[in-house]
Write a protein that binds this ligand. Structure first.
Ligand SMILES: [Zn+2]
Length: 273
């Protein structure tokens, strides 16, 4: 039907990558009309569900229903993707902390399952009398989605069939399996943490136990607040033993600890508060 869109580069934003994928099979003039229309109108009742994005787009006194059916990726494909992401320690850590690394789209593409739909994976319809696709209402929804995907790229996962929670739960499980395994199987990628030099056994180091070989400035300290608050709690996910929202409960404590640690690290005078 048409050539599949190229994998978005790691530097393109999610909005740009989404619009680039659509431009591969949408008439440029119609896309521009949609862009102008999206700027002027407020799209209502916008909803993303697995395989379906819908919206109500008002024009004059009428409201049109726009539906985008996006082919969900099947279970086996999702499993392959999540396993691949789990094998990359850095991607896993960022995803589990609630961030979407730009490289994730390339992982989908490398496994022959592009995250952004090609023409044969997207079916758009609108209740307006315009028979051409995209009509300006559909194109307006494309532009609205560009904004939404930029704010929350996990909506792309949902459109492709998996909620953020589903993907992250599976990712946690795969990470646990990997960590329980004694050594990575042949051909499998190792995460950066597996490549760290082995620590020598304590028994061979007893004579040096109380010595310190590094000069002060050789000791690499990096003290900074985390890019995402409470990354470890987010990585671990909701505990099964309590209904309490631990993230909400512990947030002020983490915040205070972060402030105190930064104060101790960068101020000479002891804090009295
Ligand atoms: Zn329309």
């Amino acid at each position: 039907m048409s050539t599949p869109p190229a994998a978005p580069s790691a530097t393109a934003s999610w909005a740009e990558a989404w619009l680039a994928a659509l431009s591969a099979f949408s008439h440029p003039g119609r896309m521009r009309r949609g862009e102008h229309f999206a700027r002027r109108k407020r799209i209502r009742h916008f909803e993303v569900k697995p395989g379906l994005i819908s919206a109500r787009v008002p024009e004059d006194d009428l409201t049109y229903e726009v539906r985008l059916q996006i082919k969900p990726l099947d279970d086996a494909t999702w499993q392959k993707i999540v396993r691949h992401l789990a094998s990359q320690a850095l991607y896993s850590a960022r995803l589990l902390a609630g961030e979407m690394p730009a490289e994730v789209a390339a992982v989908f593409a490398s496994l022959d399952a592009p995250l952004f739909p090609a023409a044969d994976a997207l079916e758009a319809s609108c209740t307006c009398p315009d028979w051409e696709v995209p009509c300006k209402h559909i194109a307006a929804l494309y532009y609205l989605l560009a904004e939404k995907f930029e704010e929350n790229p996990f909506l792309l996962f949902l459109a492709r069939g998996r909620s953020k929670e589903q993907v992250l739960d599976q990712l946690r499980q795969e990470r646990q399996l990997l960590q329980q395994r004694p050594a990575p199987a042949a051909g499998e990628e190792e995460g950066p943490e597996e490549k760290a030099p082995a620590t020598p056994p304590l028994a061979t180091q007893l004579d040096r136990f109380y010595t310190f070989d590094l000069a002060g400035d050789e000791m690499p300290f990096h003290i900074a607040p985390p890019a995402t608050p409470m990354p470890h709690l987010r990585r671990l996910g909701r505990p099964s033993f309590t209904e309490i929202d631990l993230e909400a409960l512990l947030a002020p404590i983490y915040q205070t600890l972060t402030e105190k640690a930064l104060h101790w690290a960068f101020h000479d005078t002891p804090e009295t508060a």
